[in-house]
Ligand binder design. Structure first.
Ligand code: AMP
Ligand code: MG
Length: 311
């Protein structure tokens, strides 16, 4: 394949139309994108990631209008889309036109996950392509998500026919996933749209993570570096790398998530620092305690999975 020109938007759109995967910047993490309606394009994404086929993909749309073709938005979904799109919120809905997001992308379910990403280049590509695009994180399955174009091409660039460099991802953790099906709304995955922000629109949500296991693909060890991960560590042990949160000595092997304890800064740096720490081949990556409020809920969710602590 010819080398990727990371500024060539026409080439990215042409590749999508030809059913070939494209590295796509979003505000959350870099995605490996493909035409959601094309089963062989979607299959190429599953193969490139080594992703289990029972794990459904999110359909990315240019706007709420495209979202309404893909899924059925009830009044609650409309309110959330109005409040948070474009942005890091995925809605799981009854499927709309099933041909727009093929069976393989939905893992055979009669529901569909939809979001409109808050990144100008992603929106331009989606708008000009004119249909929904699956775009799971561009890492090999189970590994930390890429938050720079370089990390994305290191992971799955060999499978991509095109790719766009949109700079480092502003959010850095994957979208919040909320199911709006029969019964009350359910938070399936915490993310940058916090529980508090959702409750401001929807009213109180069900108890924390009570149903999270029902979201397919919430696998035990995910987002994982090669080294083991040790959580809530107040300091590193000999041989360990350390992800600090708050003031810390500058030393080799110490990586700062946020000296000022800013959760946004920590989320944006999380995966890049896990990769950087891993590259020093430590005995383990120790991570400082992170408060479990606001965006901290999403950071701790990813860290527990990186450590293999949740199912
Ligand atoms: P990712 O692994 O970042 O591509 O995110 C996809 C997430 O959306 C996973 O947690 C999936 O389980 C969830 N998801 C996608 N489609 C559905 C669906 N139809 N029903 C429930 N969860 C879904
Ligand atoms: Mg992923």
């Amino acid at each position: 394949m010819p080398p990727i020109d990371p500024t060539d938007i026409d080439a990215a759109i042409a590749a999508l139309a030809q059913g070939r995967p494209v590295i796509l910047p979003t505000e959350t993490v870099y995605g490996l994108a493909a035409n959601a309606a094309d089963p062989s394009a979607v299959a190429a994404v599953f193969e490139a990631k080594g992703r289990p086929r029972f794990n459904p993909l999110i359909a990315h749309v240019a706007d709420a209008e495209m979202g309404r073709a893909v899924g059925q938005l009830d009044a609650r979904a409309e309110r959330l889309a109005q409040a948070f799109w474009p942005g890091p919120l995925t809605l799981v809905l009854p499927v709309g036109d099933p041909a727009l997001v093929c069976d393989l992308a939905r893992a055979g379910l009669d529901t569909v996950a939809v979001r409109s990403p808050g990144h100008p280049l992603a929106l331009e590509i989606l708008g000009r392509f004119g249909g929904p695009v699956v775009a799971p994180s561009a890492n090999r399955s189970g590994r930390p998500s890429p938050t720079t174009f370089q990390d994305a091409t290191d992971e799955t660039g060999e499978f991509a026919a095109a790719g766009i460099d949109g700079g480092p991802c502003a959010v850095g953790v994957e979208s919040t996933v909320v199911a709006l099906l029969d019964g009350p709304p359910r938070l399936l995955r915490p993310g940058a749209v916090t529980r508090e922000a959702l409750e401001a629109v929807l009213g109180p949500l069900a108890a924390a993570d009570a149903h999270a296991h029902r979201s397919p693909g919430r696998l035990l060890r995910h987002y994982a570096p090669n080294a083991p991960v040790r959580l809530r560590a107040t300091e590193p042990r000999a041989g360990e790398a350390y992800l600090a949160f708050g003031p810390a000595l500058e030393a080799p092997g110490v990586f700062q998530l946020s000296a000022s304890k800013d959760l946004r800064e920590a989320a944006a740096k999380l995966f890049a620092l896990l990769r950087a720490a891993d590259a020093t081949a430590p005995s383990a990556i120790a991570v400082a305690p992170i408060p479990d409020e606001g965006l901290g809920e999403a950071i701790n969710d990813r860290l527990r999975r990186a450590a293999g602590h949740v199912g």
